[in-house]
Design a binder for this molecule. Structure first.
Ligand SMILES: NC(=O)c1ccc[n+]([C@@H]2O[C@H](COP(=O)([O-])OP(=O)(O)OC[C@H]3O[C@@H](n4cnc5c(N)ncnc54)[C@H](O)[C@@H]3O)[C@@H](O)[C@H]2O)c1
Ligand SMILES: [Zn+2]
Length: 361
């Protein structure tokens, strides 16, 4: 893999990537069978495990202590305060104590909901993520952001609460539907353009030639480095939003009923190509670099075009609402120093870039 790649420790076919946070450091264990180390990563002294999952996820975990299974509903709509309330009431009825542990077994919806329940139930109990979608393995399950949606918007209520460990078992991905694979690959495409350390080289197309385990380990290593440098999202963590400003606008329009059929990572893929086009319009990168973005996205089988029938004006409106942008048009844009946050981009440049990508005014 490219220069600047994390050098994770491999043992028994499993790769362990440390997330170095002063008192809350933990390991992400990656590879086929990673779920079998669950017993080893439970907090010492835990008597009971609350396994939180969804009916459709057929992933069994051996906890090694008394375990109760709790299911939550499927889909983004299940990421709600009412789901958290129902879950916490069931944890209370089961007698889960602060010394016990929550084990989230699922994709990002499960890890966000179970993580937030763990952050708030009894003012915080330990939790472990067993990530069962590619998107959760490369992104959602790592980093300690937990939370739920409100009718007013996505992820508006939540907490930073670090897991005791994250297990990314690549074996369990075999049952994943193709669109969920694509969604995870969108985040891998993003990671191809991000260096692990400021000034280092991003892996670029080398990431595409890596094995699935190496790809997951690279993305986790990158997120771990960024989170360790910037746990609560000020500067460096913004980089992980590369491609996301347009992606969030596309998702916002979809929620409002627009004809957008994109999973999150697919929207990110479109957003990456758009960000590269915008960076070129602003004179930050050349056409070859835009082409590299198109190539990475295409070789991962991801879309690059803005869906037809969307108005550039409405997309810009949604981008201005992006909570990370603080009402200003802020993008992570590639440039001579690699991708970096760029504030106060002129709306006209954004509109022109969207028009060049085939968007109606
Ligand atoms: N906290 C963070 O830092 C962070 C980062 C990125 C995304 N997220 C959140 O993650 C969520 C999306 O996560 P997702 O893409 O994993 O979606 P998801 O959790 O909805 O999972 C997608 C579908 O796959 C099913 N599934 C899960 N594992 C499976 C398996 N092994 N085999 C077959 N089916 C399986 C799920 O039941 C679901 O129907 C969003 O709510 C997003 O906001 C959070
Ligand atoms: Zn994302």
């Amino acid at each position: 893999m490219g220069e600047g790649a994390a050098a994770p420790a491999a043992a028994g076919g499993l790769v362990r990537v440390p997330v170095a946070l002063a008192e809350r450091g933990y390991e992400v264990v990656i590879g086929p069978g990673a779920r079998t180390v669950l017993g080893e990563v439970l907090p010492p002294g835990a008597r009971m495990a609350a396994v939180v999952t969804q009916e459709g996820i057929g992933v069994d975990v051996e906890v090694g202590i008394e375990a109760r299974r709790f299911t939550i509903p499927d889909g983004e709509a299940a990421k709600s305060l009412s789901t958290v309330e129902a879950l916490c009431r069931r944890l209370a009825a089961a007698g889960l104590s602060r010394a016990d542990v929550v084990v989230a077994v699922g994709g990002g919806v499960v890890t966000d909901v179970a993580g937030f329940a763990a952050a708030s139930y009894l003012r915080g109990v330990a939790y472990v993520n067993v990530a069962t979608t590619l998107l959760a393995q490369v992104d959602a399950a790592v980093g300690g952001k937990t939370g739920v949606n409100l009718p007013e918007g996505k992820n508006l209520v939540g907490a930073f609460w670090q897991p005791a460990a994250v297990l990314c078992d690549t074996e369990v991905l075999s049952s994943l539907p193709e669109r969920e694979w694509a969604s995870g690959r969108g985040e891998i495409a993003k990671c191809a353009f991000l260096p692990a350390e400021p000034g280092a080289a991003a892996p670029g197309t080398a990431l595409l030639a890596a094995t699935l385990e190496e790809q997951v380990a690279w993305c986790v290593g990158l997120k771990a480095t960024v989170v360790a440098a910037d746990e609560r999202e000020g500067g460096r963590r913004m980089l992980l939003n590369y491609g996301h400003t347009l992606a969030h606008a596309l998702e916002g329009l979809a929620l409002a009923g627009a004809p957008v059929d994109l999973r999150h990572g697919e929207a990110v893929a479109v957003g990456l190509v758009f960000a590269a086009e915008l960076a070129r319009r602003l004179g930050r990168v050349d056409e070859a670099r835009v082409e590299e973005h198109r190539q990475v996205v295409a070789s991962l089988g991801l879309p690059a075009a803005v869906p037809p029938g969307l108005s550039a004006g409405r997309l810009v409106e949604y981008m201005q609402r992006d909570k990370k942008a603080r009402h200003d048009l802020t993008f992570v844009l590639d440039g001579p120093r690699g991708p970096e946050p760029v504030a106060s981009v002129a709306p006209d440049e954004v509109l022109a870039t969207l028009a060049a990508m085939g968007c109606e005014p």
